[in-house]
Ligand binder design. Structure first.
Ligand code: ADP
Length: 166
């Protein structure tokens, strides 16, 4: 079975992301959650914090799943990192039509750059269709409850981050 990359910014990782990771680990022997360093976005959490949040939660998945999942940082072109890791699949989650347009552009561009790498879309769970990291950050900023949106360890870091900044 091929190795798959699951790339994203994960600022912070949400239950929607973890659901995709769990399902990808059921489909592929090796899933590398690939955390982007080189985005023009301004992040709430540093790369180290985002890696640590992913590690904490994936570590709690149970041996069978967590043994298939690795976490890596990457900087540069995703297809170069895929080649380096011998990965032939890129996994992405699909929520809405808005995602579809953007994801299709990315998939076609990656295919142009590396035709042997296929993008595989996993349909979002209906509980998480409207969930994204921006919404989670906004809710946390205003002290709204985060249950069912992010794992408790991620919620704790969000609360701490916004209490630091007042
Ligand atoms: P990016 O900035 O690369 O889109 P994200 O961390 O926002 O990174 O998302 C990474 C991937 O996870 C994308 O494929 C995105 O569509 C998917 N994703 C994000 N939130 C959810 C969710 N709630 N359910 C399913 N997939 C999701």
């Amino acid at each position: 079975m091929p190795t798959a990359l699951y790339p994203g910014t994960f600022d912070p990782p949400t239950n929607g992301h973890f659901d995709i990771i769990e399902r990808a680990a059921g489909l592929f022997d090796r899933v590398i959650v690939t955390v982007a360093l080189n985005s023009s976005k301004k992040f709430l959490f540093s790369i180290e914090e985002r890696l640590a949040m992913l590690e904490e939660v994936i570590g709690s998945f149970g041996e069978d799943l967590s043994s298939r999942v690795e976490i890596a940082r990457f900087n540069g072109l995703l297809v170069d990192f895929a080649r380096e890791q011998n990965a032939s699949v890129i996994v992405r989650g699909l929520r809405t039509l808005g995602d579809f347009e953007y994801e299709m552009q990315m998939a076609l561009m990656n295919r142009r750059l590396a035709s042997q790498i296929n993008t595989v879309f996993i349909a979002a769970d209906e509980r998480y269709i409207h969930l994204n990291s921006t919404i989670v950050r906004d809710l946390a900023r205003h002290g709204a409850p985060l249950d069912e949106l992010v794992p408790a360890s991620v919620a704790q870091r969000l609360v701490a981050r916004f209490s630091e900044s007042g």
